[in-house]
Design a protein around this ligand. Structure first.
Ligand code: LLP
Length: 422
């Protein structure tokens, strides 16, 4: 069931009218549905485990609020981290270090020491030099570290140019054939054990073919791997419906990867967007309605500093009035029906002094007035986690809804917060 629905022309998150939240906490505000997140977590875990034993390691970078991480930890999730800061968050949330995989191309010695100290499951290594460094640091700490080689399978997953990772020209991973040759050198190192192979392919990937191809390549790699290797990490990247995409079901991705079952290893998946993406909206308030020649602008209280995806990737986010006599066509994200009459094209923009501070151009929307609220949908992933204080704008609060209850999981920043540390 959708967590965000219109009832009598008004948007609800679970059983709470989002306008109530905006009245209490102001807008902009991120509003998350606990149910939507946990349903997706359980769905992905169940779909993959039907095909092969799988550990879900939620990708912390997609939304890293410690309260969100705690919900996932309590549900049994592991975590994919890329920094010491993310490790700190996961530990604070009660995450199990034995379900943490540590990725990232340029881990510092401090970050590696921190992760060694907490005995994380895997260091996903992106270069030979990194493996050697981890070996040295592990020796100094009197530990043995589990490492995985992140291979670069040279697969074009047809993502946005800024989110592609698995092609030869990207900085990620070790060239496939070179990684195979490096296996013998790892065996000679005393303080690391080769426990995994990893290949994140990009994000979002709205077809299963790249995964099927990666499975083939990984099986090839595994033929050269020692028995110590127990985990195959395929990364994240599963698609999400922002607009008219038809991303495969989790089961279809799992099926595409099912040939890996022949290897008798445990699969790790690192979904972020597909779990949290549609579990939140970003509420914004129209400050002014302005016309310039033919054009109409809804000038809102939310800026590119709060949600940078449209400015950075030309990303599409569905937007609709929170209260309207014209509920969205079809289901919430559906555009398979003709739009209702009474809509007109507007640009939805923010207040930031950049011409890329635009959330939608020439978007058909119901009429609105100063003070009306809009909801920017699919804002859960890479929304708050990529926000900044640009233009010295305090960041919005994050509110978590569960049934008919809601609570602040991050308060709105204050002006004093802006100066902290300066
Ligand atoms: N694992 C690794 C190694 C990754 O680099 C990523 C995402 C993920 C997992 C999670 O991918 P997901 O399941 O969330 O698609 N800021 C961009 C997306 C950048 C993705 C970076 N890596 C956006 O807003 O679209």
């Amino acid at each position: 069931m959708d967590a965000f629905t219109y009832r009598d022309g008004e948007l609800f998150c679970e059983a709470v009218a989002v306008e109530k939240i905006a009245r209490e906490f102001g807008a902009p505000a991120y509003v998350y549905s606990e149910r939507a997140l946990l349903e997706r977590y359980r769905a992905v875990a169940a779909a993959f485990n039907r095909y092969l034993p799988t550990t879900v390691c939620y990708s912390v970078k997609s939304c890293s609020n410690v309260n969100i991480l705690r919900l996932l930890a309590e549900a049994g999730s592991g975590f994919d981290i890329v920094s010491g800061g993310e490790l700190f968050r996961v530990l604070q949330a009660g995450g199990d270090p034995r379900k943490i995989v540590f990725a990232g191309v340029a881990k510092t010695a401090d970050e590696i020491r921190f992760a060694l100290d907490r005995d994380v499951l895997l260091f996903n290594c992106e270069s030979e030099a990194e493996v050697l460094t981890i070996n040295d640091l592990a020796a100094a700490a009197g530990k043995t570290a589990g490492v995985a080689l992140r291979v670069n399978p040279d697969i074009d997953a047809h993502t946005h140019a800024k989110t592609t990772t698995a092609k030869k020209e990207n900085k990620f991973g070790i060239e496939f054939e070179r990684a195979k040759k490096f296996i013998a050198a790892i065996a000679a190192l005393k303080n690391v054990v080769l426990r995994g192979v990893d290949a994140h392919l990009g994000s979002p990937i709205n077809t299963v073919a790249p995964y099927a191809l990666a499975a083939e390549k990984l099986l090839d790699f595994l033929r050269a791997a020692p028995d110590t290797l127990t985990h195959i990490d395929i990364g994240g990247g599963f698609g999400l419906r922002y607009h008219d995409e038809e991303p495969p079901e989790f089961a279809a991705y799992a099926q595409a990867l099912s040939p890996l079952a022949a290897a008798g290893k445990r699969l790790i998946i690192e979904p972020g967007r597909s779990l949290i993406g549609n579990a939140a909206v970003l509420l914004t308030e129209i400050q002014y309605v302005k016309t310039n020649g033919e054009k109409t602008f809804y000038l809102t209280s939310t800026g590119m500093n709060d949600l940078i995806r449209p400015a950075l990737y030309d990303a599409y986010h569905f937007i609709w009035n929170v209260k309207t006599a014209l509920p969205p066509p079809s289901r919430l994200f559906g555009n398979d029906l003709a739009p209702p009459a009474g809509l007109s094209p507007v640009d939805v923009t923010g207040p930031v002094c950049e011409s890329s501070d635009v959330f939608a151009k020439d978007r058909l929307l119901p009429p609105a007035r100063r003070g009306d609220l809009l909801a920017i949908f699919s804002a859960g992933a890479y929304g708050f986690s990529m926000s900044s204080n640009y233009n010295s704008r305090p960041r919005p609060p994050e509110i978590l809804v569960s049934g008919n209850r809601y609570r602040v999981i991050r308060r709105r920043e204050t002006y004093e917060d802006l100066l902290r540390g300066e």
